[in-house]
Design a protein around this ligand. Structure first.
Ligand SMILES: [Fe+2]
Ligand SMILES: [Fe+2]
Length: 290
């Protein structure tokens, strides 16, 4: 429930734009056709040695979309229809194919398949979900969901760009063209959905809801796909291989640009929230220690 009155036309216009956006994604970006993928590789050993762990990381995170959907239904007992439309009809069907294709590729290279956790919803999310039965709190949880979605999808776009170029440099054109390129084409549409949602909802939140979002976000931010120290170190290794490590602060700034603008612009004047910088530096430190 919002006490601040928004012109009805603003909220309604945002929702209409969101529905149109999801319609467009559904039409223009069907899930990748598994028969369109060419797994032929010129030098499997080299590709595996260089990028095997990156493929494994991304395959795991993409396959865990099924857990993410469970988490969503736990966290948001009563979501707006357009959220459900997006995650159930567009996002999950696309992401699961990304996972299947990447995992098949690493198996073709002689690596074991990814070990994805598809059904453990954390106790923390259960608590959020219980509180979210209060309408005002559900809006806080939704905001956290959109912020996480933005950071995750932006990370994916940047990582797939770097992976695409790296794979091409190794001369693996079939993989670049039929695996990585089709996947990376679908990520910006996900990012756009979350960004539009985040901007719309933030402007509707009351001061205390915004305050609570800031506190919870600061305590819960983590790089995509990290739920424990080992996965944070794995993410650090991905940063090292993709060349993000040398410029980790710039990467963090790109990931969190809109989050910074919405949540923190008036309070800190920094280019990026400190907890985002710290999270990426921590992942790198863990990878280097290992
Ligand atoms: Fe994906
Ligand atoms: Fe995505």
């Amino acid at each position: 429930m919002n006490t601040r009155i928004l012109p009805v036309s603003t909220a309604a216009a945002t929702e209409r734009r969101l529905v149109e956006h999801v319609d467009r994604l559904a039409q223009e970006h069907p899930p990748i056709d598994l028969d369109s993928v060419d797994y032929s590789v010129r030098r499997p050993d080299l590709l595996a040695a260089r990028y095997g762990h990156v493929l494994d990381y991304m395959a795991r995170v993409e396959l865990e979309v099924d857990r993410n959907v469970l988490e969503l239904t736990t966290m948001l007992p009563d979501p707006p229809e357009v959220d459900r439309y997006f995650y159930a009809d567009v996002w999950q069907p696309q992401e699961i194919r990304h996972g299947i294709v990447l995992d098949r590729l690493q198996v073709e290279l002689g690596r074991p398949p990814a070990v994805a956790d598809v059904d453990t919803v954390s106790a923390k999310l259960e608590v959020l979900g219980a509180l979210a039965h209060l309408g005002a709190f559900q809006d806080v949880v939704r905001m956290l969901y959109y912020l996480t979605g933005m950071a995750t999808e932006r990370s994916a776009v940047l990582a797939y760009n770097l992976l695409h170029d790296g794979v091409l440099e190794l001369g693996e054109e079939a993989v670049a063209r039929t695996v990585i390129a089709p996947i990376r084409r679908q990520e910006p549409g996900h990012y756009a959905f979350y960004q539009l949602s985040a901007r719309g909802l933030w402007s509707e939140l009351t001061t205390w809801q915004q305050w609570l979002v800031r506190q919870l976000r600061r305590r819960s931010f983590g790089p995509v796909g990290t739920n424990n120290a080992e996965q944070r170190a794995d993410f650090g290794d991905v940063m090292l291989t993709l060349g993000i490590a040398d410029d980790s602060d710039r990467f963090a700034t790109q990931i969190a640009r809109v989050e910074q603008e919405l949540l923190w612009a008036h309070t800190t004047g920094l280019p990026v929230p400190p907890y985002v910088l710290a999270a990426f530096r921590d992942a790198l430190a863990l990878a280097r220690q290992r």
